[in-house]
Design a protein. Structure first.
Length: 504
């Protein structure tokens, strides 16, 4: 079997031969009258008409004086029929190839064909090419099948190859776009206004997460990449908006997992004069509508669970769930007893863990058994520093978290708008940071000042593309087009470019 270097050298030889013939292998102009799917679906109406098609070559077969070339575009594929009696001659100035130059083409090359739509004697819908234009010469061969490109690391590093070999991957990215577009449409229809808030922040907050840090030369100050959209959007509520949202990236300096990526797309909305119960109703409606518009269904196989977003949502009390599974009262327990329970259930115990963090680890172990759709409610106050206290139980807050197939797919609150209480909770969080909890929230005094000017009762909710990953039943890395990976340059690539100085 030929090596990559040998295959590439052969294509480079063909490239030079094309140039000697006067052919520009990378012209800037092309013409397309129809997608390939349109030709196959509307064949009867387009039969024997002149068409211009473009695409990437996936297969070339030559039999003496006739040849068949299969090309693919985003919509599908079609066969080109070529013969020297019909195909025009070489015209280098126009990048047109004649029949004798077909041997200079390879799978992976992009071409344009102009001719009549017809059927071959075997009934194959084809374009009978009168002219053939080279649009882009490929120098590396694309794997011809899924079986030839299965290495997961290779697939994630060269996702552009993966999308060509595995059409399902490309279609997943299309569905990802539909998922976010239908989310945006839903909120717009509910009179929410999209406002893009800053990614760079002096003080970052709105979530328990370790931030990325960067430096702005113009101000000679460090900034954080946002971990949440929350605090700027609530400043908008304080500024007179009543329904706002943002969809965009957020960054959390944490490990990869099947449910987390350090960079991902998220959505948050805030609704003035609404409370957590209003929010629960809106979110359940939103998920159902987004599922229907993206997939045409509401039921999904997610891991070992069968979940239907149209089902009635159940409610689960946080403290009761811990008590039922671990026989402890989270409002009357010490850190040592909680750590003992973590060890008993073979869960991670860290020296820097505080009571809130440790209890939440117990909850996450319970969570993985819950099918859903379920609302986790009555979360303890000490775990939720930005939420309003539940008047029926001051030890808990008005927080709602949707649980689907063992994972939390969102987070919502009746937002705390008491500036004095907010400052107290920020101060408590700051003490946790100083004690070594890098994920505890920062004290944002500017946000406290905004609350002192006044913010109306507000419900807020956020969710990430983890919802999409659940519906797709894939891991986080599989659910995005280009996941971050450790930067590496393989030895083969280094060998192909001996004059390039690669950084270590």
């Amino acid at each position: 079997m030929a090596t990559l270097r040998e295959l590439r050298d052969e294509r480079l030889r063909k490239l030079e031969e094309l140039k000697k013939l006067g052919v520009n292998p990378y012209p800037s102009t092309s013409v397309k009258t129809h997608t390939l799917k349109e030709l196959t679906e509307n064949f009867d109406g387009l039969f024997n008409q002149d068409v211009s098609v473009v695409g990437r070559i996936s297969n070339i077969r030559k039999f003496g004086k006739i040849a068949f070339v299969v090309i693919k575009d985003f919509s599908g594929q079609i066969q080109l029929f070529l013969s020297p009696d019909i195909l025009g001659p070489l015209d280098g100035d126009k990048s047109l190839l004649g029949f004798d130059q077909l041997s200079l083409l390879d799978s992976g090359d992009f071409i344009q064909a102009d001719g009549k739509l017809t059927k071959t004697q075997t009934g194959e819908i084809s374009v009978e090419a009168k002219t053939l234009k080279l649009l882009s010469k490929s120098l590396r061969p694309t794997p011809l099948s899924v079986e030839g490109f299965t290495n997961k690391e290779e697939r994630l590093r060269r996702r552009y190859v993966d999308m060509n070999v595995n059409p399902d991957v490309r279609q997943r990215i299309v569905r990802r776009s539909k998922f976010w577009q239908s989310t945006r449409d839903f909120l717009n229809e509910k009179a929410f206004i999209e406002v893009n808030v800053p990614v760079l922040e002096h003080t970052t907050g709105g979530a328990d997460a370790k931030p990325f840090v960067t430096h702005m030369d113009a101000l000679d100050q460090d900034f954080y990449l946002r971990i949440s959209h929350e605090l700027p959007l609530k400043r908008l509520i304080g500024g007179g908006f009543e329904k706002v949202y943002d969809i965009g990236p957020r960054f959390r300096n944490e490990n990869y997992s099947d449910e987390h990526l350090p960079e991902h797309i998220a959505m948050e909305w805030y609704w003035a004069y609404a409370d957590w119960r209003d929010g629960m109703k809106l979110v359940s409606e939103m998920y159902k509508e987004v599922a229907m518009k993206t997939y045409g269904k509401t039921n999904f196989k997610i891991g070992d669970f069968e979940v239907d977003f149209a089902d009635t949502w159940q409610e689960l009390d946080y403290a009761q769930a811990i008590k039922d599974n671990y026989q402890i009262d989270i409002f009357n327990v010490g850190i040592d007893e909680v750590k003992a329970k973590l060890k008993e259930h073979n869960l991670e115990v860290e020296q820097a863990d505080n009571l809130a963090r440790s209890i939440d680890k117990l909850w996450k172990n319970v969570r993985r058994t819950i099918k859903g759709p379920t609302w986790l409610i009555n979360t303890p106050l000490f775990i939720s520093p930005l939420s309003k206290v539940n008047p029926d139980n001051p030890q808990t807050v008005q927080r709602f978290q949707p649980i689907i197939a063992g994972t939390e797919i969102g987070n919502g609150f009746s937002e705390l708008n008491d500036p004095i209480e907010q400052l107290k909770r920020f101060t408590e969080q700051q003490k946790m940071r100083e004690a070594g909890d890098a994920e505890a929230m920062m004290l944002d005094i500017d946000y406290v000042e905004m609350l002192e000017y006044g913010m109306p009762p507000t419900c807020g909710f956020g969710s990430s593309e983890r919802v999409f990953w659940c519906m797709e039943n894939v891991s986080a890395r599989e659910g995005v087009p280009f996941p971050q990976l450790r930067h590496e340059i393989d030895p083969i690539t280094k060998g192909l470019y001996p004059d390039v100085k690669f950084s270590k």
